[in-house]
Every structure is written in structure tokens, then in C-alpha cells.
Design a protein around this ligand. Structure first.
Ligand SMILES: NC(=O)c1ccc[n+]([C@@H]2O[C@H](COP(=O)([O-])OP(=O)(O)OC[C@H]3O[C@@H](n4cnc5c(N)ncnc54)[C@H](OP(=O)(O)O)[C@@H]3O)[C@@H](O)[C@H]2O)c1
Length: 242
């Protein structure tokens, strides 16, 4: 029987890499993003456009994309935004709320919809970040959102008894998110020294392409089940005992 995966944020970056990876593994892929997943021509790819910052648009998009689907094997709640890198004291609440809407609350709406549908999902992976558990100057809105996402995974796990949930930090990936962080005109390294490490990693195997990162993630997804459902796992430390 053909396996199926639902991936949010699959128009670019890691989500696009995951889309290509799971198509190459013979999956039916269902994707959601604002721009749409272009450049891959196959009937196995099903795509809907949706702005996850508009809460009222999410359920209609899910109905249109997944309304006729009776079973999903795997879900990646991957769509995410970084927000501006700036001091937390200078970050307007509206900016934090915008990041939270996309990185957290959109996922709550999706998790509730999937739960009601009883699609027999085996695994749900919420794409988190090392920033969820480690604070760096300037990353306030993003860190808050990913820390809350980790808690969302813990909170939903017991209410999804037949599905394994995991908040997963994918490690550094060379995507548009890094374009912003690694641009000296956009982020001042003297003020926000943590970006220095990212700039040094770019172009090395410490920051793989989205395709390479997706390949590695797809390999470790089954091993996430070694950890209790609801856990936060960092792919870079996955060999450590759970
Ligand atoms: N890159 C890294 O080093 C890194 C490290 C740790 C964690 N992560 C996490 O990995 C995930 C993917 O990030 P990435 O690096 O691949 O970023 P990216 O290249 O910027 O891609 C983000 C994806 O999210 C979608 N998205 C953003 N806002 C959206 C909205 N309002 N509605 C619908 N879709 C939206 C984008 O699609 P549209 O623009 O078409 O809407 C795009 O497909 C994120 O959750 C990120 O926090 C990344």
C-alpha cells in the first residue's frame, strides 16, 4: 500500500527537500505553503496554498488538500519563520505574536483537525530548533515559539495515544532562513555574536543543503520512536541514549 506524508512549508528549504526525498521513496506527498511547491512534476504531489498566519484559512485548506484522504503515515509540521533578530526589550509584542501564530498556533489548528479526522497517523514530527532550549541574544520571538512548540508536542502526545509525536531540531540547514542570518547587512554580528557560528558553518558539512538534511532526517524518523512520544530530540545528538 502506498505510504503518504503531509508536509507544511514545502515550497522551499527543508520542506521542499523533504518533499523530494519522500517522493523518491514512493510516498504520496501532501504539501501546504503560501507559494506552492513548484518545479516537481508528478501526480504523487498534492499541493494547496495557504497562509498559516491567517487562522481562518487553515481548516478550509486542510479540507481541500486532505478531505478525501483516509490514511496518512507521516506528518511534518515544518513551516516556520524566524522573525527579526533583535533585543527582546526592543521586540514589539506584535512581532512575537506573528511568529507565534505561524510557528505554534497554526500547528495547534492542524493538530486538532488531524486528531478529529482519525487518519491512522503513525508519526507527527514538529520541526523545532536548538533555539527552543538554548537562548541567544536576538532570537527572542523564535526561541519563545520553538519552546512553546516543544510543549505542544508534550501536551498533545497523551491525546494522540496511537501516534508517535516528536519535536525535532533538524540541525543547521542551508535555506532562506540562513540567507537572512548570514547577511551582514541584515544582522549585525557584533551585536548578535551567535550568528558568527552560523556564518562559519555555511558551505561546510555542518550546514547541509536542504536535500542532504532531508535525506538524513528521513533516515532517522523511525528511530524517533525510541524516545517517549512528546519528546524533544535534536538530530545532532540522536545517538545519545534517550
Ligand atoms: N534552516 C535552519 O538552519 C533551521 C534550523 C533549525 C530549525 N529550522 C526549522 O526548520 C523549518 C524549515 O525552515 P527552513 O530553514 O526550511 O526555512 P525556509 O527556507 O524559510 O522555509 C520556510 C517554509 O515555511 C513556509 N512558511 C513560512 N511562513 C508561512 C506562512 N505564513 N504560511 C504558510 N507557509 C509558510 C514557507 O513557504 P511560503 O513562503 O511559500 O509560505 C517555506 O516553505 C522551520 O520550522 C525552521 O524553524 C531551520
Amino acid at each position: 500500500m502506498t505510504q503518504s506524508v503531509f508536509i507544511t512549508g514545502n515550497s522551499g528549504g527543508l520542506g521542499y527537500g523533504l518533499t523530494a526525498e519522500y517522493l523518491s521513496r514512493g510516498y504520496e506527498v501532501y504539501g501546504l505553503s503560501r507559494r506552492g511547491c513548484t518545479g516537481i512534476d508528478t501526480k504523487a504531489l498534492h499541493d494547496v496554498r495557504c497562509d498559516l498566519s491567517r487562522a481562518s484559512a487553515i481548516v478550509p485548506a486542510l479540507e481541500s488538500l486532505l478531505g478525501e484522504v483516509s490514511r496518512l503515515n507521516l506528518v511534518f509540521l515544518n513551516a516556520g519563520v524566524l522573525g527579526d533578530i533583535r533585543d527582546i526589550t526592543e521586540t514589539p509584542l506584535a512581532d512575537i505574536l506573528r511568529v507565534m501564530d505561524i510557528n505554534v498556533w497554526a500547528n495547534k489548528i492542524i493538530l486538532d483537525w488531524l486528531h478529529a479526522r482519525e487518519l491512522g497517523i503513525e508519526q507527527i514530527v514538529l520541526i523545532s530548533s536548538g533555539a527552543a532550549v538554548k537562548s541567544h541574544k536576538g532570537w527572542g520571538a523564535y526561541s519563545l515559539s520553538k519552546a512553546t512548540l516543544n510543549m505542544l508536542s508534550q501536551l498533545y502526545a497523551p491525546e494522540y495515544p496511537d501516534t508517535h509525536l516528536c519535536a525535532l531540531a533538524p540541525g543547521l540547514v542551508d535555506t532562506a532562513m540562513q540567507d537572512h542570518l548570514c547577511n551582514p547587512d541584515e544582522v549585525d554580528v557584533d551585536r548578535y555574536p551567535s550568528v558568527q557560528k552560523l556564518r562559519a558553518a555555511r558551505g561546510t558539512d555542518r550546514m547541509p543543503t536542504p536535500q542532504a538534511a532531508a535525506q538524513r532526517l528521513a533516515q532517522v524518523i523511525p528511530k524517533l520512536k525510541d524516545h517517549p512520544s512528546g519528546s524533544f530530540v535534536d538530530v545532532r545528538t540522536m545517538n545519545a541514549a534517550p
